[in-house]
Design a binder for this molecule. Structure first.
Ligand SMILES: [Zn+2]
Length: 107
């Protein structure tokens, strides 16, 4: 879910209460399509302390059909499969009891 400004139409993800574009507080909820195009990615081998228990992972920026950019882990791809411009699906998984966003292969 994201918020859309009723005044200027700007879509915010993560959702916000006030529009950063026109400062209006007149927002509505919209459901995002989850269809994304990968714009940038990086393989993280030297992990920060809080991720020492993780295997090396890939972080990507994807642009959703609605135009918003999302930063999330990319899961389920082999490293050589990952390319800028490829389609991916934004989905929610549970990790250590918390919901997190990840990009996965589209069906
Ligand atoms: Zn606005």
């Amino acid at each position: 879910m994201a918020t859309k400004c009723k005044k200027c139409g700007k879509i915010h993800f993560p959702p916000v209460a006030d529009c950063g574009e026109c400062l209006s507080s007149d927002m509505e909820w919209i459901e995002l399509s989850s269809e994304a195009t990968i714009e940038a990615f990086t393989h993280v081998v030297v992990r920060p302390l809080t991720f020492q228990d993780e295997k090396p992972y890939t972080v990507a920026i994807g642009r959703l059909k609605e135009g918003v950019r999302v930063l999330a882990w990319l899961v389920g791809f082999k490293p050589f499969e990952i390319k800028v411009g490829m389609p991916a699906k934004l989905t929610v998984i549970e990790k250590d009891g918390n919901p997190i966003y990840v990009f996965t292969k589209p069906e």
